[in-house]
Design a protein around this ligand. Sequence first.
Ligand SMILES: [Zn+2]
Length: 284
Amino acid sequence: MHAYKYTVLFVCAVIFGTQAYQPENKPDNAWSAMKKPLHGAPESFGSYANGCMAGAQVLPSSGEGYIDMRRNRGRYYGQPELITFIQHLGRYTANKHRRKHLIGDLSQPRGGKMNFGHSSHQIGLDVDIWMQTVDINQSVNPRRDMKTIVDKAAGVLKHGGMEPATRDALYFSARYPQVARIFVNPVVKWHLCQTESDTSWLNKLRPWWGHDQHFHVRLLCPSHSPNCKNQKPPPSGDGCNDSLYNWVDEQSGLVTGRIKPKKRSVSTKKRKVLPDACQLMLSK
Ligand SMILES: [Zn+2]
């Protein structure tokens, strides 16, 4: 378990932890070079970290209760269910809190591997949502930086904690039937374990490195996508346990130097094979 977690740590420090600082001028790969969706019926192929999609829809740059950030990246495409989810969440937050969400990356026009920043987000069913919300009437600088809400060394939320609108957005997302998982920093989940009177809805909140500036919502494979691979459902229960606390403690130890990072172990996993439909899509 530990070796696995450290491997994950190294991979994710690269994938998630430094997301805000990744260079945006990396050369395109075949997928990031594709500037238009493949028209036709919407469909996701493969898995969240190895797949692609057809029939993607565009998330409008703003709507009730949300504004899409970093539009220049061209990662505002998703399956219709993902676009609908973001619009529902925005409406909920606008009505309840008079605030709006700042939306991060969805997927590229045809999904697939990105040239920087994520290993998943490949099949149009993942979205990053910033932890901070803004007043519904506030204009937003699209170059604004994400801010962390976590004091990783202390293993607690920073002063100011979590906005009520963000807590409610997590609650809304966790109860949304098509949501499979929500990735949050272990400290965010630990905080909710300690402050919620009913913790049963925390089941879908999964602790993961990074995710202290944004949370990541992942939808289940839609019924129209028979070749989309769901993950196993999260383990039963609220997940407020020793294992979660170990994530918090390890993160703190790594930041303070109390724990030394271990060398990344060589993966014995087989090389991922891209689904046939995606191979074909690359040639269209
Ligand atoms: Zn993400």
